[in-house]
Design a protein around this ligand. Structure first.
Ligand SMILES: [Zn+2]
Length: 491
């Protein structure tokens, strides 16, 4: 993958360039030159080598490829199925009831689709938080999918069907991880993914020791209401396993002590705002981790509920952070007149923040010598593409997946003029269809439907109203409301 798909240099001309360098320099009417797998120039009127492919970035935004530090890619095969779940329903479905039904080919199917989806959305590096690996055959299938898609991935090896101290002790798992570690390159690397329950005997110690032994980082779901808490953070920290490479996912329901420990050990937090907002891990924590100066990256968690694009992550994170800041102020009878979190901050977390979390100093910025992972956001057919006044605000609040015009990864064009290049979407479609068919038939229709439609709580009553209703509600709207919310709604 040293060269782009046509074997030529590429130059993007006349764009608004978000360099995401240390000064967050924004260049207008500027070019970005890619030669081989590196960025060879950033600035106005660059001279390009003869035969370089020219891409017109006029009216568009050129920025580093985005980095998602926590995706359960295998779950992409169940896209949207759990839209109405809570975390409890998710745990029951995957951890207790159906997660073990997934075969290696089902892991492959989800990963393949998730990987393609990432490219399409301008996500050039993804941590595959792969906790459905019941066997090394499942793990090999996960890797196979990641190798078929020309983007960067970190396989975070996990297994929710066994305790971390059990599966990490299996010789074949160790052999697999050693092989992956030794074969790792800047496109596909490996680490550990497991959670720490807070059991005072710290049974996870041997799992951390295996990771340390193999020289591989650990990522962990932390501060998840009802699942992981301050005790887990304290145990990781007190036992010397909190390192700068440790990525704490969610980190929502935690006390000051935990944030101080994370900050002091140099670790970072992966915030999945869409997830925390609707599943119940705790309030999306950026509004408070800012105070501890903990590095932040963004993630989308899983497509079984949510979208897989970081535009949504940036938007949701800005919204949640500002909502909390306003709410806290209002509770104190005060008014926020200037918000702390800016659009440029979430763009930074979606790019540099991810690179920093993964220890990839060669990613996340558009500077000469950096790896050539970059995207062009441009859609001349969209009424939302102009005027382009505030480029960070445009990325965070206006742009969408369909506006990702060009994606370059490792110097290779993988999306051109809005179309994926060299990616077999039909293969992913057929693999996912087989997986859905298999799961649905082995579960049976009733269980399948029940899983998708959790029971509504029965206490959804409209309050008694001392005022007299005018007759603006027609019978039809009353009926519609009843059909959605039940009889109680109209009483
Ligand atoms: Zn997760």
């Amino acid at each position: 993958m040293a060269e782009n798909s046509s074997g030529k240099a590429v130059v993007l001309r006349h764009g608004t360039v978000l360099t995401m360098d240390v000064n967050r320099q924004v260049l207008t009417d500027a070019d970005v030159l890619v030669v081989g797998d590196r960025i060879a120039g950033v600035g106005p009127n660059l001279e390009a080598p003869p035969g370089a492919e020219e891409i017109d970035a006029t009216g568009g935004i050129v920025m580093p490829g985005m980095i998602d530090t926590h995706r359960h890619m295998w779950q992409t095969a169940m896209r949207g199925y759990g839209a109405d779940w809570t975390l409890t329903q998710y745990f029951v479905w995957y951890y207790l009831e159906h997660g073990r039904t997934f075969r290696p080919e089902d892991i492959y199917a989800g990963n393949l689709l998730g990987a393609i989806e990432a490219i399409d959305a301008g996500v050039t590096t993804t941590v595959d938080w792969s906790h459905g690996l019941q066997s090394v055959d499942h793990a090999a299938a996960a890797v196979q999918a990641l190798q078929e898609v020309p983007a960067r991935f970190v396989l975070a090896y996990g297994n929710i069907q066994a305790a971390p101290w059990d599966w990490t002790a299996q010789p074949e798992v160790r052999r697999f991880l050693e092989q992956r570690r030794d074969a790792a390159d800047d496109r596909l690397s490996v680490q550990f993914a497991f959670d720490v329950t807070g059991d005072p005997t710290f049974p996870e110690r041997p799992a951390f020791e295996v990771a340390r032994d193999l020289g591989l980082p650990v990522t962990t779901h932390a501060g998840v209401w009802g699942a992981t808490n301050d005790d887990g953070i304290r145990l990781i920290h007190e036992n010397g396993f909190a390192t700068p490479e440790t990525v704490y996912v969610h980190a929502a329901t935690l006390s000051e002590d935990s944030y101080l420990r994370i900050a002091a050990s140099g670790g970072s937090i992966s915030v999945s705002t869409e997830s925390e907002q609707s599943a119940g891990q705790g309030y999306p924590p950026t509004w408070q981790v800012r105070r501890y100066d903990i590095p932040v990256s963004l993630s989308m968690d899983t497509s079984v509920w949510w979208s897989g694009d970081l535009f949504s992550a940036m938007r949701a994170t800005l919204g949640a952070d500002r909502a909390r800041e306003h709410l806290e102020a209002h509770v104190a009878g005060e008014t926020v007149t200037s918000a702390h979190l800016r659009a440029e901050h979430v763009v930074d977390w979606a790019t540099r923040g991810g690179a920093q979390a993964l220890g990839r100093d060669d990613l996340g910025r558009l500077e000469v010598g950096q790896k050539a992972d970059l995207i062009l956001i441009k859609n001349d057919n969209s009424p939302v593409s102009f005027p382009l006044l505030n480029p960070y605000g445009h990325v965070a609040f206006q742009a969408q997946r369909a506006d990702v015009h060009t994606v370059i990864i490792d110097g290779q064009i993988v999306k051109r003029d809005g179309h994926l290049v060299g990616v077999d979407l039909a293969k992913a479609r057929s693999a996912v269809e087989s997986t859905v068919e298999y799961l649905r038939s082995s579960m049976g229709e009733e269980v399948w439907q029940a899983g998708m439609h959790p029971d509504l709580p029965s206490d959804d009553k409209v309050l008694d109203n001392p005022y007299t209703y005018t007759d603006f509600r027609t019978a039809a709207t009353r009926e519609a409301r009843e059909s959605i919310f039940g009889e109680a709604a109209s009483s």
